[in-house]
Design a protein around this ligand. Structure first.
Ligand SMILES: NC(=O)c1ccc[n+]([C@@H]2O[C@H](COP(=O)([O-])OP(=O)(O)OC[C@H]3O[C@@H](n4cnc5c(N)ncnc54)[C@H](O)[C@@H]3O)[C@@H](O)[C@H]2O)c1
Ligand SMILES: [Zn+2]
Length: 355
């Protein structure tokens, strides 16, 4: 796979990635190198990573607790202290080896330590490969609200190695596919079709699907790095999806939904709204629903949850001037931004999802 190289990041694939990394490190004369992992990527990914790191390179490993609840300033503080205690300076390099939590937090920690040190992302989850590690958004949560603190920084490079996916739990693999489907829906009907027939590929040979997904995201980010216009398209499914994700997170009696599981629901409901409001053809709307329900199953969202989910929508960080903004589709592969939706249509969208 050919590397993707541009102003908005450098992404290398497999062995070419490790080669580029080793050459970069040798040429850069870093004072120290820190590898950030969580306890799962420590156990499942570090050995493979180290087998590709030039043995002449010295490093320290920092480990954080796994999970979104640790993607916060407290964990960041611990990493900054460790960097400081171990003599990290402006010429240090951080390598983030993990899922989106590690790449988001590690990228942020590196971006502000000593006003910014270099970092390399080595994503180990499907979601981090196709989404979190691409496009330069880094950050942490604040008081349970997602991604409130952060900066945009592409880092030095991203290395994609699908070998890591072999130990990723099945539900996390499935969760990562939601963003890949989304890339097809907003930008490329052929890619959507490829995802709809992706079962075997995902299991045995996912690299091409991942490569194409990254290509779609990269091209959007390149056009609009600061999310003033078309980058907002990457929020398709996320307006309702985030509200549903938050609702299930804060209600302790309910199971937690993984990000992709919630976004899949959001994409189905927003397909219905797209049909009603922008004329997304009904056949396309139905195929979105069928495919995503086949992949993710159907979550029992009870009628009594709806008012609170709708009120959470009103707090979405993408709202401006008190209006709820949606990205909607007028066809698979084609979107319209900044669509305002009547509350009655939201209620119908829940009904559409349910049957
Ligand atoms: N920066 C962005 O543009 C962007 C985009 C999308 C999502 N995100 C963020 O990404 C995060 C979600 O990413 P995620 O789903 O990767 O979460 P995650 O980092 O929590 O990883 C999911 C789980 O899998 C484990 N894991 C990761 N790789 C593994 C491997 N190879 N083998 C075994 N276990 C492994 C992790 O320890 C964790 O338990 C969220 O915080 C989200 O906000 C950021
Ligand atoms: Zn997402």
């Amino acid at each position: 796979m050919e590397s993707i190289v541009g102003h908005f990041g450098i992404i290398h694939f497999r062995s070419a990635g490790y080669k580029a990394m080793n050459e970069h490190i040798t040429a850069s004369n870093y004072s120290s190198i820190f590898i950030l992992v969580d306890s799962n990527t420590h156990d499942h990914c570090l050995e493979h990573f180290l087998s590709h790191l030039d043995p002449a390179i010295n490093y320290e490993v920092f480990e954080i607790e796994p999970g979104e609840e640790h993607k916060n300033l407290e964990t960041s503080y611990g990493v900054w202290e460790a960097l400081s205690d171990l003599g990290g300076d402006r010429r240090s390099l951080m390598i983030n080896l993990g899922g989106g939590v590690v790449t988001d937090l590690g990228g942020f920690v590196a971006s502000v330590f000593k006003r910014g040190i270099d970092f390399i992302n080595v994503p180990t989850s499907l979601l981090a490969m196709v989404d979190a590690s691409i496009g330069g958004k880094t950050g942490v949560d604040l008081d349970g609200l997602k991604n409130q603190i952060g900066v945009i920084n592409m880092g030095v490079m991203v290395i994609i190695d699908v070998e890591y996916l072999k130990t990723l739990p099945e539900n996390h693999v499935r969760s990562g596919t939601a963003e890949m489907y989304k890339h097809g829906l907003i930008a490329d009907p052929d890619y959507w079709m490829a995802m709809a027939h992706s079962d075997e590929k995902l299991k045995h040979d996912p690299l091409k699907l991942i490569y194409d997904s990254i290509g779609i995201k990269y091209n959007i980010v390149k056009e609009d790095p600061t999310e003033k216009s078309i980058r907002k398209a990457l929020n398709y499914g996320h307006t309702l999806g985030h509200a549903i994700e938050t609702y299930y997170l804060v209600n302790e009696s309910l199971p937690t939904l993984l990000h992709g599981e919630a976004i899949a629901i959001g994409m189905i409901m927003e397909a219905y709204i797209s049909h009603k409001q922008l004329g997304l053809p009904s056949g396309e709307m139905e195929s979105i629903k069928t495919e995503l329900i086949n992949r993710f199953g159907r979550v029992d969202i009870k009628d009594e949850y709806r008012p609170e989910i709708i009120s959470l929508l009103k707090h979405d960080k993408k709202n401006t001037h008190g209006r709820i903004n949606f990205v909607l589709l007028d066809a698979i592969g084609s979107f319209k931004l900044d669509q305002q939706v009547e509350e009655s249509l939201l209620v119908e969208a829940f009904d559409f999802y349910r049957v």
